[in-house]
Design a binder for this molecule. Structure first.
Ligand SMILES: [Mn+2]
Length: 357
């Protein structure tokens, strides 16, 4: 297992690489370039980023948020140009040592919350929160406006302004696109990119829908074991993998997370893991919890044991954290609680390793 940390780059992330390096056991990053969907990640930009990360003593083997253009998801004629750009990006990333690319195939909304800083009554910290009942009164435009207001001036992954500018048009365009049609467009994309990944030694890792059910009537096809079985079969290859995000899939209590890890781990189809805990508050109502099992509803020991047993060499990162100790930062992506999370997961890992010997 390689413990990693999401980082937004020195221009945009208040957390320095030095601080990340000082978290015990941190091997590297899940990094990204802040680029609109559909454009090429140029070699010189990638090189500058990778050199900076290496200079801090960290690895750069996983990138996140290489976003798939909506025209690809909708199957528009312009998709071929965007797929060609995506392929160039894959080749460019591979040249600089990237092994895994995390992305998603969700229409419009990458992830959704109804409150980005809901106080946790037990300890006065705050975390991301979702209540479908609150959403009922809000349309997509309203939730976008609120999310932008709550983001404290930080850009949020999946909520890039250029993506949301065309929101109304995009939502209209998705009317009439069924889950099966979306899967067909997904297959077209995978058929083009996966052979390139095989050639250059990169694995694509699809992130699940967050929350793990359809929203705003949009087709969503990545929120259960069955969904990912279908995705993997769209183009069957070791390079077509899952980014198994425990908190995203775990927002639906019907998803048995340790069992899902074992299922895809045994098939060697887990490219990377996001590990975090959630607390169920009711039907389609949850908040993100501290990583410790007893603060939420996921069994973090069983999760780490499933990873240890079936995909022990995978990349892991603590996913979102709470805001604690008065830290000001991008919602979900503060330093302190994610560092605590990494340390806790490392502790579980050490115990599991010792018990196995
Ligand atoms: Mn995630």
């Amino acid at each position: 297992m390689k413990m990693t940390f999401r980082w937004y780059g020195s221009q945009s992330d208040p957390i320095s690489l030095k601080y990340i390096k000082q978290i015990p056991g941190m091997s590297g990053l899940m990094g990204l370039l802040d680029k609109p969907a559909g454009v090429v990640w140029e070699e010189d930009e990638i090189k500058a980023l990778v050199d900076e990360v290496h200079a801090a003593g960290l690895e750069f083997e996983v990138v996140e948020s290489v976003n798939v253009h909506e025209d690809i998801k909708m199957g528009l004629p312009s998709r071929d140009e965007y797929i060609a750009n995506y392929i160039t990006t894959i080749r460019n990333l591979a040249k600089y040592g990237v092994k895994v690319i995390i992305y998603n195939f969700m229409p419009v909304f990458d992830w959704l919350r109804t409150d980005l800083a809901r106080e946790i009554p037990e300890d006065g910290s705050n975390s991301l929160y979702y209540n479908e009942a609150d959403l009922g009164e809000m349309g997509p435009m309203e939730i976008v406006r609120r999310t932008a207001e709550d983001s404290k001036g930080f850009t949020l992954p999946g909520w890039e302004p250029e993506r949301l500018a065309l929101l109304e048009t995009t939502l209209k365009q998705y009317e009439g696109i069924t889950p099966d049609m979306l899967r067909e467009n997904y297959k077209y994309f995978l058929d083009a990119v996966i052979p390139v990944c095989e050639e250059v030694g990169v694995r694509m890792a699809c992130h699940p829908d967050d929350p793990a059910w359809p929203i705003f009537g949009l087709p969503r096809i990545a929120h259960s074991q069955e969904d990912f079985d279908k995705i993997i079969k769209l183009h069957d290859s070791p390079a077509n993998t899952v980014c198994l995000c425990t908190g995203s899939l775990g927002s639906n209590p019907e998803n048995d997370i340790p069992a899902i890890i074992r299922h895809f781990g045994e098939m060697d189809r887990i490219g990377a893991m996001h590990v975090r805990n959630v607390k169920f508050l009711g039907y389609r109502h949850f908040r993100e919890a501290a990583h410790l099992s007893s603060t939420g509803d996921l069994d973090m020991f069983a999760i780490m044991k499933a990873i240890y047993d079936t995909c022990p060499d995978t990349y892991i990162r603590p996913d979102h954290g709470r805001m604690i100790w008065d830290e000001q930062g991008r919602p979900g992506y503060g330093l302190y609680d994610r560092a605590l999370g990494a340390t806790y997961l490392n502790g579980l890992w050490e115990a599991i390793q010792r018990m196995d010997k």
